[in-house]
Design a protein around this ligand. Structure first.
Ligand SMILES: Nc1ncnc2c1ncn2[C@@H]1O[C@H](COP(=O)(O)OP(=O)(O)OP(=O)(O)O)[C@@H](O)[C@H]1O
Ligand SMILES: [Mg+2]
Length: 241
């Protein structure tokens, strides 16, 4: 058996102001899963992701990425993160954004060039290679964020609301691309407030609220368990409980 893509044990995060954002959270995401993390604003989704990616100090608990402790280089190399906030460097153009990222992850120049071109083609950014982030449209910035997250070919791709504010067409394109990635064996962890999106994409779902796990199962089992005909209905019932 291969190690799970993600294993959280007793993960707790109390921010400096005293707010308990994650309360002894246990979660296992098997390798190869298409996993949806759902919950209302403030539920702790981004906190969980930040803890996984070692962007915040955790208060207690253990986080493993394919068996590697999350603070290690190996773990970092295995994860690709597209954050909820579009945090692009305003002084870099599209191609530089990708090349710098490749360098940061230890890719050779030649590999980074090749991969950057591939990513620009996939995300339809070739014509914007020399354009800086502030001169891109909002949707293009989202694409670049995704392209950057995928540059180093991570085995676990974490997408924090990748389709927020994205038009219908781009959303369908992103779905298609993420599906293809998953089909090629990449583990996906997605957060979204569009329940129909989670329903369409995710095989495996966790509902969280107030830093705690409320429910965790396949979409089919959740619908059965909550006697619901849609994931939206599951969500409403689970959050009301
Ligand atoms: N740096 C911080 N300092 C103090 N509290 C924080 C900090 N970042 C987040 N929080 C708090 O932690 C809780 C969880 O926030 P988090 O961003 O993880 O939620 P979320 O599930 O991602 O919500 P959303 O759907 O709005 O993105 C919230 O109450 C939030 O105010
Ligand atoms: Mg968030």
């Amino acid at each position: 058996m291969s190690a799970p893509a993600l294993q959280l044990t007793g993960l707790t995060k109390r921010y400096d102001d005293g707010l308990l954002a994650l309360d002894a959270f246990d979660l296992t995401v098997p390798a190869g899963a298409f996993f949806g993390l759902l919950g209302p604003n403030g539920a702790g989704k981004t906190t969980l992701i930040s803890a996984v990616c070692n962007l915040i100090r955790v208060t207690a608990g253990d986080v493993r990425i394919f068996g590697h402790e999350h603070t290690t280089r190996e773990a970092r190399r295995l994860i690709g993160l597209a954050e909820q906030d579009v945090n692009l460097d305003r002084f870099l153009d599209v191609e530089e954004t990708l090349l710098f990222h490749g360098g940061y992850y230890g890719m050779s120049r030649a590999d980074a060039r090749r991969r950057a071109r591939e990513m620009m083609d996939v995300f339809d950014l070739r014509a914007k290679a020399g354009v800086r982030a502030p001169q891109l449209s909002g949707g293009m910035r989202r694409r670049l964020l995704l392209a950057r997250a995928l540059m180093h070919e991570p085995r676990l791709v974490i997408l924090d609301e990748p389709t927020a504010g994205v038009d219908f067409e781009l959303r369908l394109e992103l779905w298609q691309y993420i599906r293809r990635l998953h089909g090629a064996g990449t583990t996906i962890l997605l957060t979204t407030h569009y329940l129909e999106e989670a329903e369409e994409l995710c095989e495996d779902i966790a509902l969280i609220r107030g830093g705690r796990l409320i429910a965790r199962d396949s979409a089919d089992n959740l619908r059965a368990e909550f006697a619901a005909s849609s994931l939206a209905e599951v969500y409403v019932k689970a959050m009301a409980a």
